[in-house]
Design a protein around this ligand. Structure first.
Ligand code: BG6
Length: 534
């Protein structure tokens, strides 16, 4: 692998650079870091230390779709150190050239912007490949030696980020090998070691506790970065700013003014080529346990004392702890599961879930789940949080809707249309933005009242880039902590257990291209409410 410092790097992409502007830390760059002239003047950025990123599962879907394209974008934007090594580790007997060719092809397919071939080549000069069966001790001994040698050549300062993008079943094996070969050790202040663990983190409460224990035996909590890419989305990060950098929302952000909250993660795609994965996961483990509960925590949390990782995560844990786990009877009443039949999505005929590749034709896996959860604390007592997610819904839309209470006194009861309560809708994606709906008098002689929207649109999100950069910078604020993950499983596991013990569901129960089973409407209907039309 060669490094050519003279290679011209393209001008930084202002869109990504702007991602970092929120994190103003006027720290001096390390003295031994090579200066990059293109970064001159960009005083608001922190750039990670020289480092090696060791990507396990480097030939897999996640690495190719998300991680490698994100690294390339960061590289293009000069947000990675010039002294960088990306070492892919996987079972396939590739040469470095084969691996790089594969990356080049997948970047063409998955990169969110068109990337110049020269830029890709520039990045690929820093990429290598190491073949290893994860159970093979000799391959990890060789990895250790190779990393030591590469670090000498690349000047990566003994800093290493291990990225676990493998099948979840391989997490403990890889972690065990990193421990056995002492690749986990911070070498006495000489360089750092961090590990990024992808979701799903565990399959249920017991397995998450076990995994935490296994990872915790090898790495300290401060070295562990459990990724939930929703936390890297711009709009999700903006939620914290919206809530805690503005004085006018906090006083009404509670049971006194809020009637209920709806959080939707709707997808129009099916399970794509992930039949085997999805059969074991289902919507509850895939999205409710992580993305939806993360959004719930951010909406419901108390203001943290500081913006530090632990203060933030302490408050999030408080929310999940206050969210009551449901009894089997409550699961039957307050949780609705569904599975899509064939139907039409965006004008195209699509198969039902049971007809997808690698899916059991009798499968009972849910592709939709809706739940009514209560956060039992002073602020939220009595306010239902309705959460839903599903595949093959009519459109892709993630939104948090805060539905405020109606005015206490109906002053305008004589007008033709009763005023509607206020609504605040935070659109996470697409069409990112925040909408506030309030009532207004129609101009004219009469007294006609109509809702109007104040709508603010926002930039889109590059979640993986943000999170990888945070991990390289050692900022764990947007990563889940061990206790947070376990608490989330405490909410979800009773739901999964109750389903095991209940009669087989009558699947499929919603047509692709519809908003899920009719029972999901009943969940709100019986409280006199309905889902917001998205
Ligand atoms: C992933 C799930 O975590 O999130 C996928 O495994 C889902 O099933 C995806 O499609 C949704 O992410 P996004 O960023 O497209 O909303």
């Amino acid at each position: 692998m060669t490094r050519d410092p003279a290679t011209k790097t393209p001008a930084p992409s202002s869109s990504i650079r702007s991602l970092r502007l929120g994190k103003v830390r006027r720290r001096r760059p390390a003295r031994d870091r090579r200066t990059n002239p293109l970064r001159e003047g960009l005083h608001l950025e922190r750039v990670p230390d020289p480092c090696a990123i060791v990507l396990f599962g480097a030939t897999g879907d996640l690495a190719h779709r998300k991680v490698l394209p994100a690294l390339l974008q960061l590289w293009r934007a000069n947000l990675l150190p010039r002294d960088l090594l990306v070492l892919g580790v996987a079972r396939r007997p590739y040469t470095a050239t084969q691996f790089r060719d594969e990356i080049r092809a997948s970047i063409e397919r998955h990169s969110r912007t068109t990337v110049d071939a020269a830029e890709v080549s520039d990045f690929l000069e820093h990429v290598g490949y190491h073949q290893a069966d994860f159970g093979d001790n000799a391959a990890f001994d060789a990895l250790r030696q190779r990393l030591d040698a590469c670090e000498r050549d690349h000047g990566t300062g003994h800093n290493r980020l291990y990225y676990l993008a493998t099948q979840p079943s391989a997490f403990p094996v890889v972690i065990g090998q990193l421990g056995r070969t002492s690749l986990n050790r911070d070498t006495g202040g000489n360089g750092w070691r961090r590990v990024v663990v992808e979701k799903p983190f565990g399959h249920d409460e017991a397995s998450a506790i076990r995994l935490n224990r296994e990872v915790g035996r090898v790495f300290k909590e401060r070295q562990i970065y459990r990724i939930d890419h929703y936390l890297g989305k711009e709009t999700v990060r903006n939620l914290l700013v919206f809530r805690f950098a503005n004085g006018i929302f906090e006083p009404v952000w509670n049971r006194r003014y809020v009637d209920h909250v709806q959080i939707t993660v709707a997808e129009s795609i099916g399970i794509e080529e992930r039949g085997a994965f999805y059969e074991e996961t289902g919507a509850t483990r895939d999205v409710l346990q992580n993305h939806l509960l993360q959004l719930l925590s951010l909406v419901a949390m108390e203001p943290p004392a500081t913006f530090g990782a632990d203060a933030l995560r302490d408050e999030k844990v408080q929310v999940v702890s206050a969210t009551s786990a449901l009894t089997p009877e409550e699961v039957a009443r307050d949780v609705v599961r569904g599975q899509y039949a064939s139907g039409w999505v965006s004008g195209k005929r699509v198969d039902g879930y049971r007809g997808e590749a690698e899916v059991d034709p009798e499968s009972e896996t849910e592709t939709f789940v809706a739940a009514r959860l209560m956060v039992d604390n002073w602020r939220w007592s009595g306010v239902p949080f309705y959460l839903r997610t599903g595949k093959r819904l009519p459109k892709r839309a993630t939104e948090i809707a805060i539905q405020f209470r109606a005015v206490p006194h109906r002053l305008f009861r004589e007008t033709p249309i009763d005023p509607e309560p206020n609504l605040l809708a935070i659109r996470i994606q697409p069409d990112e933005g925040i909408l506030l709906r309030f009532e207004s008098k129609m101009p004219g002689l009469g007294l006609e009242i109509r809702p109007v929207n104040m709508d603010f649109t926002y930039g889109s999100a590059f979640a993986y880039e943000t999170l990888i950069l945070d991990a390289l910078l050692g900022d764990a604020s947007l990563f889940a902590r061990a206790d947070e993950v376990e608490k989330a499983w405490e909410i979800v596991t009773p739901i999964l257990d109750a389903w095991i013990g209940s009669p087989a569901p009558t699947f499929p129960n919603y047509e692709a291209g519809t908003w899920g089973p009719t029972d999901a409407d009943g969940l709100l209907g019986r409280d006199g409410r309905r889902w917001r039309r998205l």
